[in-house]
Ligand binder design. Structure first.
Ligand SMILES: [Fe+2]
Length: 203
């Protein structure tokens, strides 16, 4: 828990407005709102429309990423970007065009194309973020989860609960690419992100 900070200026701004459901604007009401601002208080009656709308309003916009183009760029990354400790994965996230360049496909989902060259090893780690893998094409990569090797092939959907050890190894002679999905934005909102490195070598 961070230390209490009382030197920051209040970011709360309230304006008395004449509108249905709002109290009548008066000098006394404005004075009340100045008191709220100073004490970092926000009354529900000025917020209800945005806090509790009649239906969800997504910040995301529809967008179509073409697999062929994704794979082409991922293959170029395969030639230029090593995979290993630090970056952990050669994974390239889909950035929804309405989310300001954040690496999120939707407000709650991080989704990426992951590309692994023949013989490459994506190191073992674990995190509280839950994950899935969806194999669009190819085969020959093994995902090792808590020491158990799980084969991945076209059409496979592999859900994985958070905080389980996992690594990937491409035992095939061809590169392989698949889609990763993690609830990274959701974990970020709930401030519940934990991460640990695992073994450097799988036995
Ligand atoms: Fe991971």
């Amino acid at each position: 828990m961070a230390a209490v900070i009382d030197t920051l200026p209040s970011p709360v701004r309230l304006q008395a407005v004449a509108a249905p459901g709002q109290p009548e604007p008066t000098p006394a009401l404005s004075q009340l709102y100045r008191g709220f601002e100073e004490e970092l208080l926000v009354p529900l009656w000025t917020q209800i429309g945005s806090l509790m709308p009649p239906h969800p309003r997504s910040k995301a916009a529809p967008h179509l990423w073409r697999w062929e183009r994704l794979k082409q760029l991922a293959a170029e990354a395969g030639q230029l970007v090593p995979v290993g400790r630090g970056g952990e994965r050669r994974a390239i996230a889909l950035a929804n065009p309405a989310l300001g360049g954040q690496p999120y496909a939707t407000p709650t989902l991080w989704a990426a194309i992951q590309y692994l060259m023949p013989g490459e090893h994506a190191p073992e780690h674990r995190h509280t973020q839950n994950a899935f893998r969806f194999v669009v094409e190819g085969e020959g990569v093994w995902t090792v989860v808590n020491g158990d090797a799980v084969r991945m092939a076209r059409g496979d959907f592999l859900p994985q609960a958070g905080w389980n050890w996992h690594a990937h190894h491409n035992a095939a002679t061809e590169p392989m690419a698949w889609i990763d999905g993690l609830d990274i934005p959701f974990a970020y909102y709930t401030e519940s992100q934990f991460f640990e490195h695992g073994r450097d070598q799988l036995s």
